[in-house]
Design a protein around this ligand. Structure first.
Ligand SMILES: [Zn+2]
Length: 266
């Protein structure tokens, strides 16, 4: 796990994301103290503060599931993952809010998600749960900023809840990020509905899907506007960007210094 820190350092990143366990199974070996200490000391040596590292939940997790067993397994997984964050000295944890799988209402699903987070908060102190905005596909919750707001409304300890804005998902959800005015509109809308104080991270993710309303815009054009997102969001929020989606796998640190403040090691 500590190698992810070195890799982020190597490419000149100032922020990075990572998974804390295998994606394929509900069960996972517990993290031994030695590995956790090595991770923490490497972060310190490389100069990464915890607010610039954003671990991502396994895709199996669904706190909004209408099936009781899946909900309980997801909730237990969240508790375990927050415990891992504590062990690793990490303070933020990114989740996909959840999916109602077409079986329950949006309101019911949101309530389940919030219940799961409140429970995990009660079991593990300090770590902030960061909700990722989704792309409005199928039954997933979190494509509309209103849904993120509603989850936050149900969270008891509001100092431990936040949002990570994923640009690819926002783009797919209809925010025209290929246009400067569209970027500004998205930020204004987010500020109005969710509140900018809840923004803990931005995942500068490109989109290969042409899914804008109207004619759509090729992804190359979208890329040109990513620096605008940087410019608009000059705040304390870390910026992340996914390496696997960069054309030509650009690992030149100068490129990163110029264009983003972040790098994701997935
Ligand atoms: Zn994600």
């Amino acid at each position: 796990m500590w190698k992810a820190v070195l890799e982020a350092k190597r490419v000149g990143a100032r922020a990075f994301g990572m998974f804390l366990r295998s994606q394929r199974s509900w069960n996972s070996k517990s993290l031994d103290d030695e590995a956790a200490e090595k991770f923490q000391s490497t972060c310190q040596e490389c100069g990464f503060e915890s607010c610039y590292i954003l671990p991502h939940s396994p895709y199996l997790m669904n706190l909004g599931s209408p099936k009781e067993d899946v909900f309980l397994k997801s909730r237990a997984m969240l508790v375990e993952e927050l415990g891992r964050c504590k062990q690793l000295g990490l303070t933020l944890y990114n989740i996909h809010p959840g999916s109602r799988v077409g079986a329950i209402s949006v309101t019911e699903c949101i309530k389940r998600i919030a219940d799961g987070i409140n429970y995990a908060h009660s079991q593990v102190p300090d770590v902030t749960v960061v909700l990722e905005n989704m792309s409005c596909q199928g039954s997933t919750i979190g494509g509309h900023f209103e849904e993120l707001r509603e989850i936050i409304d149900h969270i008891t300890d509001k100092s431990r809840i936040g949002v990570c804005l994923d640009t690819c998902h926002a783009f797919a959800a209809g925010h025209n990020l290929a246009d400067e005015a569209g970027v500004k509109l998205m930020i204004d809308t987010f500020s109005k509905i969710v509140g900018i104080s809840y923004l803990k991270a931005v995942h500068l993710n490109d989109s290969k899907v042409v899914c804008l309303p109207g004619d759509g815009v090729p992804c190359e054009q979208f890329f040109l506007y990513l620096p605008i997102v940087n410019a608009v969001l000059v705040r304390d929020s870390p910026m992340y960007r996914r390496d696997s989606e960069i054309p030509g796998q650009n690992t030149d640190p100068a490129f990163w210094g110029q264009h983003t403040a972040g790098y994701t090691v997935f």
